[in-house]
Ligand binder design. Sequence first.
Ligand code: NAP
Length: 290
Amino acid sequence: MQLLDGKSCSQQIRQEIAEQVDQIKSSGGRAPHLVAVLIGNDGASQNYVAMKTRDCDEVGFNSSVIHMNNATTEQKLLDTIAELNADSDIDGFIVQLPLPQHINESKVILAIDPKKDVDGFCPENVGNMNLGLPTFISATPNGIMELLRRYDIKTEGKHCVVLGRSNIVGTPMAILLSRNTKPGNATVTIAHSRTKGLKELCLTADILIVAIGKTGFVTADMVKKGTVVIDVGQTRVSDTTRKSGFPNVGDVDFENVKNKCSYITYVTGGVGPMTRASLLQNTLKAYQRK
Ligand code: NAP
């Protein structure tokens, strides 16, 4: 079994981006600028935004956080998005999900200028991805594609099972892997909570991508020998024995599954850092497109 090391891969990507930013700055240009809009005090969201800001600092981007309180109205958020759309000093921005219940997520996503939608969630960017046109691809599936590419994992002709069909992970992942690209050209099955015979289906997978948010869901008896397993899940659990107090737990029973795999990611240092690296890549792309 070989660990797919998203931490070192993302470090490489950040290094590559930092070199490009150095070149931009040394030829008199301004640094790319990413803004994160954070609503409320959810610990996990605050943590993700802090990490994204740290990443920006490391590669030499400008970054800012707009922190709005939990009672912020939908209209106030939409007004803020309109200001960000119009601000020529800002190349890209994200609205950290999930949003408080009183705010309509679709309305918010539709309000973002697709040219600044570095999360790749807007219909125009999703449509471009479907058609294989240049676009911002949703950061998590894009990061997984990059991980497969950098480890030179063969996907052509393989059967890939994607567990989970969310708009931001499962569905774009399935589309990207089925396209005529490298990596790609896989035969993809997408599964969800209504899928019957999930265990038998998973046992047919050469590549198993798990994005359902159920800790330890994929067990050793669901994985055939030699499978590539990508664990997207990260559920924050309370554990006072751990330094952070709130470690992330994956969707795969890593300890028991790992020995059956050819390659596997671990919840820490796997997909998460690759997702953040993709956001940096998209921000640089937004800057370069201007
Ligand atoms: P989501 O929107 O909640 O979607 C979950 C999907 O899993 C749904 O399609 C659901 O099916 C399916 N599902 C739930 N229970 C299932 C079951 N028992 N069997 C089969 N399918 C089942 O979640 P998401 O946003 O895609 O995120 C999934 C996980 O990835 C979460 O743990 C999240 O924190 C994590 N995540 C990690 C990163 C990262 O950077 N590492 C990024 C994004 C998300 P239905 O459609 O039928 O309900």
